[in-house]
Design a protein around this ligand. Sequence first.
Ligand SMILES: *Cc1c(COP(=O)(O)O)cnc(C)c1O
Length: 409
Amino acid sequence: MSASGRIITSFNRSVLGNYGRIPVAFVRGRGAYIWDADGRKYLDFFPGWGVGLAGHCPPAVVQAIKKQADRLIFIANSYYHAQQGELAAQLTRLAGFPSRVFFCNSGAEANEAAIKMARRWFQVVKGEKRYEIVTVKDSFHGRTLAALAATGQPKYHKGFAPLPAGFKHIPLEDIKAARKAIGKRTAAVLIETILGEGGVRVPSPAYLKALRGLTRAQGALLIFDEVQAGGGRTGSFFAFKQSGVIPDAVTLAKPLAGGLPMGALLLNAKFASALTPGTHASSFGGGPLVCAAALAAVKVASAPRTLAKVREMGKVIRAGLEGIARRHPHLVKEVRGRGLMLGMELNRPGAGVVNRCLAMGLLINCTHDTVIRMLPPLVITRKEIAVAMDILERALSAETAPAVYRPRV
Ligand SMILES: *Cc1c(COP(=O)(O)O)cnc(C)c1O
């Protein structure tokens, strides 16, 4: 049995089977590459479901973790430490509006905090009975119960009833439906600036502007979920900067701490009184170690040179995908995305393509059944992109034949 096979066999005896796992066990990563337990090297165009924006083991983050781990790993939020304050100030500066920041440990928790904040703002600060949260169909906001209720995909709701009440889902880009749904009961509209899990769909700036107008007119909050699209992924640190629409709050997570778990809610300072001492909390949120890692990761991801490279490499990949789409019009419906967040919609399930890419040493993802998704790291080079495009095209060309990937177990 291979080394991967031994790890997988023992793993499956004891770990809950709530993930569809690809049968490879990894032991080491560096930049855009990752190695499995049998020494095989892969080019990773989907590091960590989007967590690995800076690549595997980014040197600045590794150094920051080593240094901080030696001094102070953790203290609770009943005390102060410098790193959390510095990180909040840095994120506020990047957001460009006066904000206050709450730190937690994941995207779902950040959205959960946003939902609780919006409800409490109305029910306690404003004394209004508002509670409704409006989100869009095919959205993804996380797996905790409220974040799940916000998620506009019924397949994820199945078997978890009753979900928290007060969530409405409207079709993306349908301004008429938005006008009908957003009213005096609406506490907030919550929307991803780019829908990731829902198939890499980019809402038009006109639609986001319309949501800004409607929420303002009805006195409701506009909250952007940038858990996947934020943190530098699209070529600006916050994706909303490219739409010209300023939200009242924004959530971040996946790449924020360079691979350590961290989520954040940035809230316009004028709503800060929604969450006073004792109203919301996280034991682990914003500890010294994770904040030190995040300070290093954010410094890299927000540097103008980095963001210019994200835009440039994003264009190179996009051109590659569009070339593939032109040569395979019978398989590819559309290429979408921005920066290093790209999707290619097929006219069929994409699992076979993902498996053939894996067998040829390229890691990608398929979401929403038919959308090939790539979230490559910002250290990617033109040469690596050329290699990836070649593998992808060969994997796609084999699509007429059934997928026969045999895991090396
Ligand atoms: C991944 C994701 C989440 C959930 O984040 P977790 O860290 O898995 O809880 C929420 N929103 C968006 C847009 C995401 O991509």
